[in-house]
Ligand binder design. Structure first.
Ligand SMILES: *Cc1c(COP(=O)(O)O)cnc(C)c1O
Length: 400
């Protein structure tokens, strides 16, 4: 576990230790579980790495772009054609108009956009609020910025999670600068409802908070009304940075092309940090994605159908195996309650599962900031080939 990693040797002697801002970030449970999958040959439903194909035309376009010489630095803010395609995408889908010249910034994945946003918006001692559980890059990014990440628990409600608006209100202080929102949400698969988004927006307007909304699963909503963005609510466009990425939408998580849209002054703050993190990256990918993004709806409909089928197979299978699945309306993951198997500790369960059942999962505690958060949930990914999902389910049923 990360907390136990001690780096004690090096040129500066036995008392050497890394900077406080990275202490304890050594090896994550993701690395441990990926290694267990490799060493045991278990079916890996741990990390959210797609096994599904990317659009063939997009792959060919990248290859041709590379051969045609598209291999040098892109413009610092991203290729104009991609910024225009992102702006067109936001207008078409959400009715939000952004100027591609200074209200759209291309980043090295959503991860860099999130880190650069926290670095660009928070001074040391400031506070950022995030819903707990959350994507593990948020606490790390806040820490790098010297900010305190304040967790607001999502409340478990039946087979899903709901916003606790009172807890959100209670978490706001004079130092709160940023609210980190993630919808559709990883690891729960929750889609914030219109009512919840309105309640979050009200708190942000009232306390003059900037919202950084992570919407990398915007195209992967399987049930209900589909994706809504908080930036489209009254008074929110001017205080919201919307982050997304090509990785999850096109099954190209290794390309690391993301983007952020928002009012020019907020985007400029992100760009100021971003230029000295990577400057710019991904020339052939950016060029090809600029051409692909216009047709994303057709592609995403196909991908959603495959993922929805996998989600259903996994949820039904978990239920058959006696591991109560929680509702997942979107994204890549289903969480399961391990208590019926006589377990209460997800970390221990996930360490034993590859040997006991031949399946790898990730404990939800890897996404939790509160020490008192429940430890009985584990996360299974279904962004895999249908065959892998079916095989994992069979193994779980056999091991129950
Ligand atoms: C995968 C993921 C990211 C990272 O996106 P990249 O474009 O690969 O950097 C960010 N946020 C969430 C919630 C994710 O699941």
């Amino acid at each position: 576990m990360a907390e136990n990693v001690e780096i004690t040797v090096g040129a500066r002697g036995a008392d050497w230790s890394p900077a406080a801002r990275v202490r304890g970030l050594g090896t994550s449970v993701f690395t441990e579980m990926t290694e267990l999958a490799r060493s045991t040959g278990a079916v890996n439903l741990g990390q959210g790495v797609p096994e599904l194909d990317a659009p063939a035309a997009l792959l060919r376009d990248v290859a041709e772009t590379v051969l045609a010489g598209g291999n040098q630095y892109p413009p610092a803010h991203g290729f104009p054609a991609l910024r225009e395609a992102v702006a067109a995408h936001q207008l078409r889908r959400y009715g939000l108009s952004y100027d591609p010249r200074d209200e759209v910034l291309v980043t090295t994945g959503a991860t860099e956009a999130l880190a650069a946003a926290l670095l660009g918006l928070c001074d040391p001692g400031d506070e950022a609020i995030a819903f707990d559980p959350c994507y593990d890059a948020y606490p790390a990014g806040a820490r790098f910025a010297g900010a305190r990440l304040v967790p607001v628990p999502l409340a478990e409600d039946g087979d899903g999670f709901v916003l606790d608006a009172d807890a959100l209100r209670a978490a706001v202080t004079r130092r709160t600068r940023v609210l980190l929102l993630n919808t559709p949400h990883n690891p729960t698969g929750k889609v914030f409802t219109d009512g919840e988004l309105a309640a979050v927006a009200e708190v942000c307007r009232e306390h003059d908070l900037t919202v950084v909304t992570d919407e990398v699963y915007e195209h992967l909503v399987y049930d209900g009304a589909g994706h809504r963005t908080i930036a489209a609510l009254p008074g929110m466009r001017e205080r919201t940075l919307t982050v997304s990425s090509a990785g999850k939408t096109f099954n190209v998580t290794g390309w690391k092309v993301g983007w952020v849209c928002g009012p020019a002054h907020l985007v400029a703050a992100v760009a100021a940090a971003k230029q000295f993190l990577t400057y710019a990256s991904g020339t052939p990918y950016q060029e090809a994605l600029a051409r692909a993004l216009g047709g994303v709806e057709e592609w995403a409909a196909e991908l959603r159908a495959a993922l929805r089928r996998n989600r259903d197979l996994l949820s039904e299978g978990l239920a058959r195996a006696g591991l109560r699945p929680l509702r997942a309306d979107a994204g890549y993951f289903v969480q399961a309650d391990i208590r019926a198997w006589g377990h209460a500790d997800g970390v221990r369960f996930c360490r034993e599962l590859p040997l006991h059942a031949g399946v790898v999962a990730i404990p939800t505690s890897a996404f939790q900031m509160r020490p008192d958060a429940p430890s009985y949930l584990v996360r299974f990914s279904f962004c895999r080939r249908e065959k892998s999902v079916v095989e994992a389910v069979e193994k779980l049923v056999a091991a129950m």
